[in-house]
Design a protein around this ligand. Structure first.
Ligand code: URA
Length: 229
């Protein structure tokens, strides 16, 4: 874990507690301590791990969050509509560098999404080479016709407008209009386009897990900060 050494106002502002210009007032209103000694001078320097605010350790310098995304929020900083970030505490929303989603889910897709301010981790987990396993439950407009499992597993399915076939995907049938699909790519609208390619349509899509992170125990909109030792 990071433990940077810098001015108290720099710590507080990058972690979203206050802006740099509000730091003086923040120190007078809140008990900010370095190794248990209260500080009033924003210029004092300290290691992140030695600072407390009202008796609590500072938020981690780098955050990884797992959220159960509800329907109707967008994974973008600048599209219209309700942004997924508005579901996070204001302090997390104020952080610099910003917290961003690791990959995206469509506005109407629910389920597992990771968010982080760690650009390197984001790049690593979204790069085509990473092949992180994602498990989806898709509800379909039409009953399955019977050849979908084989087509998706073939490693030969070519989506419209692409020049490289999809990697093999595993489909498990729950009932004639509900399936569990495991994929290790993250192409644009991939699941909806896969079912489009076999003459069907996804009417509801839920991502159960992203890699090792499952939202089975999180309510919609609930999140948890992942411990990164
Ligand atoms: N595939 C889709 O079609 N939509 C998503 O949101 C995720 C995967």
């Amino acid at each position: 874990m990071q433990n940077s050494y810098k001015r108290v106002d720099a710590h507080l502002s990058s972690l979203g507690y206050c802006t740099r210009s509000e730091a003086k007032k923040f120190l007078s209103k809140n008990m900010v301590c370095i190794e248990s000694v209260r500080v009033f001078d924003v210029r004092e320097k300290a290691y992140h791990n030695d600072i407390t605010v009202d008796g609590e350790r500072l938020d981690d310098e780098s955050l990884l969050i797992l959220m159960n995304k509800p329907s109707g929020v967008v994974c973008s900083h600048n599209d219209g509509g309700v942004l997924i970030y508005s579901l996070l505490p204001q302090r997390y929303q104020n952080r610099n560098p910003k917290i961003s989603t690791i990959g995206r889910l469509d506005a109407d897709t629910t389920g597992a999404i990771l968010l982080s301010d760690d650009g390197e981790l984001n790049h690593k987990l979204t790069s085509p080479k990473s092949e992180v396993l994602k498990v989806y439950e898709a509800t379909l407009a039409q009953p399955l016709r019977g050849d979908e499992t084989e087509i998706f597993a073939s490693g030969e399915l070519m989506l419209n407008g692409e020049n490289k076939p999809l990697l093999s995907a595993k489909m498990e049938i729950i009932n004639s209009t509900l399936v569990r699909l495991e994929i290790c790519e993250g192409r644009y609208h991939q699941v909806k386009r896969m079912f489009g390619a076999v003459g069907n349509r996804v009417v509801a899509l839920h991502r159960v897990s992203f890699g090792d992170f499952s939202v089975e125990r999180l309510e919609p909109s609930q999140f948890r900060v992942i411990d990164r030792l």
